[in-house]
Structures are given as structure tokens and as C-alpha cells.
Ligand binder design. Structure first.
Ligand code: PLP
Length: 358
């Protein structure tokens, strides 16, 4: 398939790099392609960034047959543009699509489309320290039909948003509310898939936590409300004595690419990493025995987010006295170092975007 390219005649002014925030500004172009049963995925094109016109009966609006991904392009000191394990995001789209009755994409083709789009909008990859270009691929059902059935037509799109440093004032540990009432996901559901409805369903708990003064929610398993699953859009790790523990992927947890990278790094350093079930009670017990040394979340947005406090049914678990832990910091420095080309890419995780389309 050939990607047709229509460049904008009205490039937008670039936003102030010191005030980017997250997901508020969008680049000059977008990628879009269509699916129907007859032609499969077809008509791939890069066009000026613009609003869509959609039928009010568009299936995704009504039944949520929609999915997304999130990854970043980083500006290296030598001006190269690096993507971090982008093939993993494209592969995860197909895992999500399969669960949501959306036809699979061609991973290599979509990776090529992504690289072409970023190359065309390369001036939108910000240069200030800690900033990046957030990449949002997404797919939604477009049949103009109110019957409940898998759609037979879809759109796949990629949009780009320059985003600010996650830690403009240095890394501060966050306070997290352990959610014992609402459920995010259960085995057999869609927890392992990056489907839009998961996030709509989590907002109530997020709002409740925010009202109580917490930044994020820690989800427990939906059946016994005992075992730790993950944070809003981050997987979690705990350092208990000298062992690093993260909840095992059992169908209800999103398999994060940052999570996988952290596990590989820790193993490479010869550390003891274990994927298993961890209950809140166990965590509380090891905390009381002074064995809970560090806790952190992992995800594309923050890379590593140290956890300074967990509030569980009114009991407060305090970790690290307001400071980021030693292992958390080493993982953060190494991952961001690889992502921005400061460190040797010994795992072959980065992919350079060529500037051929300038
Ligand atoms: C996206 C996401 C993550 C993190 O995944 P990464 O691939 O590391 O960005 C973790 N949990 C949830 C629920 C997510 O949506």
C-alpha cells in the first residue's frame, strides 16, 4: 500500500516548550486509513490535522468499540529522533483488536506509517529537556448502525502531541489511594486490552481519589479485592528487602511495555525480580516489618513514578520519606538515557526516524 501525502498549506505556530502540559497541542498532520469488509485496510493517507465528520449513529459512540495506544518520540542531543520499542505498541494493538472484534493491522506497515508521519512533523518533536512528542494511534468502529454487533468498518488514525517534562520540578513521589469499592477489570474481561471503555469505567474511582487528595488509584483484583493489580495507567513494582516484585499478568492487567523493559533491565543487572500475586495485606505486613524499601509505577507517560504513600482503608503506608528509591532512580536514569540516546542501546530498543521526508 502506498501512503498518499497531502501537506498542510497553513502550518501552525509551535507552542511554548515550557508550557506544553499533556495532550493539549497537536501537530500539523495526521495519519488515517479505512477498513471495510471488501477492501480490508485501505486508503492510507497523511493529511493536514483537521476535524472529522461522522454520522451520529457511528458505532464507536454508542457501544465503545474503540482502542488506542500511546508511545513517544524523543529528541536526542545530536538532534536524532528516537522511538522506543514502537513495534511493541503495534503488536499490542493486534492483541487489543482481537479482544474487541476489530480486524488486525499490518504491524510493519503501520510502523512505516508512524515513522513517515513523525518524519513529516519532525519539527514538532520538542527539544527542551524532558519533553517529547506523544504519539496516539487509535482505531474506532464507524458503521452508521445502532444494532449491537461488531462493526464492519473502522478508521485507524495516528495523531501527534508535543508534551512537557513529566517532572518539571524534579521527581516527586506520589500519593496513591487503594480502591476497595470500584473494580477496573476481571479475568475474562478487557483489562489486558487498551480499549477506551476501560478508562471511562475508571473515572469514578479516579475522581473519588482526587477528592480525597490522592493523585492516582491503585486497583485491586475484582473478585476478592485482595491482590494488587495496577495504577490508572501504570504497572507497579515493589522492592521488598532485596527482591523486586510486580503483579503477574493474569488477564486483568495491562501488559505495559515499560513494565517489560524494567523487568529486562533488572534481570540484566542481576537483580532478583519476581512476577507473582501480591496482596495488600502482605504489603502492609512487610511495611510494618520495615521490609518495604521502594515502590514505583511504570508507564510511557512518566516512565517511572515513585510512590511515596499508599492509603488502604484509612491506613497509611509511607515509603521512602519523600525521596525516590535507589533502584527506582537507577531504572529511571537508564530508561530515559536509552530513550534519548544518552546511553548505549544494549537491548536494541530504539528506532531512529529518518528525516527523509523533510
Ligand atoms: C498504557 C497502560 C499502562 C502502561 O503501559 P506502557 O506500555 O508501559 O505505556 C499500564 N496500565 C494501563 C491500564 C495502561 O493503560
Amino acid at each position: 500500500m502506498q501512503i498518499s501525502i497531502q501537506k498542510t498549506t497553513k502550518p501552525k505556530p509551535k507552542p511554548d516548550q515550557d508550557n506544553l502540559g499533556f495532550g493539549r497541542y497537536f501537530s500539523d498532520h495526521m495519519f488515517i486509513m479505512d477498513y471495510d469488509a471488501e477492501k480490508g485496510w485501505h486508503s492510507p493517507r497523511i493529511t493536514p490535522y483537521e476535524p472529522l465528520q461522522l454520522d451520529p449513529a457511528t458505532a464507536a459512540f454508542h457501544y465503545g468499540q474503540a482502542i488506542f495506544e500511546g508511545l513517544k518520540a524523543y529528541r536526542a542531543a545530536d538532534n536524532r529522533i528516537l522511538l522506543f520499542r514502537p513495534e511493541k505498541n503495534m503488536e499490542r494493538i493486534n492483541i487489543t483488536n482481537n479482544r474487541m472484534c476489530i480486524p488486525p493491522i499490518d504491524v510493519d506497515f503501520c510502523l512505516e506509517a508512524l515513522k513517515t508521519l513523525v518524519s513529516i512533523d519532525q519539527d514538532w518533536v520538542p527539544t527542551a529537556p524532558g519533553t517529547s512528542l506523544y504519539i496516539r494511534p487509535f482505531i474506532f468502529a464507524t458503521d452508521p448502525y445502532l444494532g449491537l454487533r461488531p462493526s464492519s468498518s473502522f478508521k485507524f488514525m495516528i495523531i501527534l502531541s508535543p508534551v512537557g517534562a513529566y517532572y518539571p520540578q524534579g521527581i516527586n513521589p506520589i500519593s496513591i489511594y487503594v480502591e476497595s469499592e470500584y473494580t477496573r477489570a476481571v479475568k475474562g474481561g478487557t483489562g489486558f486490552a487498551k480499549t477506551s471503555g476501560n478508562y471511562a469505567a475508571s473515572m469514578k474511582a479516579q475522581a473519588k481519589a482526587a477528592e480525597k487528595g490522592f493523585v492516582q488509584v491503585l486497583w485491586l483484583d475484582g473478585i476478592e479485592k485482595k491482590y494488587i493489580e495496577e495504577v490508572g495507567a501504570m504497572n507497579v513494582f515493589f522492592k521488598i528487602n532485596d527482591e523486586i516484585i510486580t503483579p503477574a499478568l493474569e488477564g486483568s492487567i495491562l501488559p505495559g511495555i515499560t513494565r517489560d523493559s524494567v523487568i529486562q533491565l533488572l534481570k540484566h543487572w542481576g537483580m532478583n525480580v519476581c512476577e507473582r500475586r501480591v496482596s495488600m495485606q502482605e504489603l502492609y505486613d512487610v511495611y510494618q516489618a520495615r521490609a518495604l524499601k521502594e515502590a514505583f509505577g511504570t508507564g510511557t507517560a512518566a516512565v517511572i513514578s515513585p510512590i511515596g504513600e499508599l492509603n488502604w482503608n484509612g491506613m497509611s503506608i509511607k515509603i521512602g520519606q519523600g525521596e525516590i528509591g535507589e533502584v527506582s532512580l537507577k531504572v529511571y536514569d537508564t530508561l530515559t538515557g536509552i530513550q534519548t540516546g544518552r546511553f548505549d542501546d544494549i537491548f536494541n530498543w530504539t528506532l531512529e526516524v529518518e528525516s527523509a521526508f523533510k
